[in-house]
Write a new protein. Sequence first.
Length: 196
Amino acid sequence: MHATHSSGKGRGHGGGRGFRGAGGWQQADLPPADDAAAWLTGRLPDDWFVGAPTITVDREEIVIIGELAAPEGSDDNSAAAAAQGRIGRFREETREARMQIADEAEARYGRKVAWGASIGETKAIFTHLAVPAMTRLRHDERRVLDTLVDAGVARSRSDALAWCVRLVGEHTDEWLTGLREAMAEVDKLRAEGPDL
């Protein structure tokens, strides 16, 4: 999501790249994607998913995950295998249509599109981006990553950092959701404000 700046640099205060709207300079050249979920919900075939799909958008990617109807006649022991089979079938049978919709969405929103499907607890995301994120870490922060590597939790510092991000996301989901909603409201109020 958006970076937090403790100094004024990078936000139009001597950082060389002035503030240019929602998301700062990082998103200045991206087309807005405020209506992406609505557009995609209207564009997707009605018979693909049970209910509306979950659609999330960031700076690089739009991820569409839809719930599929559960296969009939599978018992508790074979339910996960049946769900994986149904998801695999959906992936193959809808490939061409999904590619066409993705091309249209990428042209409209300037972001790649990833697809996924779920049945109950079984979920698969078919193809999605793994975007590098550069950061500078101080000694104590590097020690955290090195401990995870030394303990075998991660293969490298970059794997350890990704593991930390996933862990924070899992344990602070409600807080992050509130933060995203608050940022969206600030962006809305900023857009409604006077042009200076």
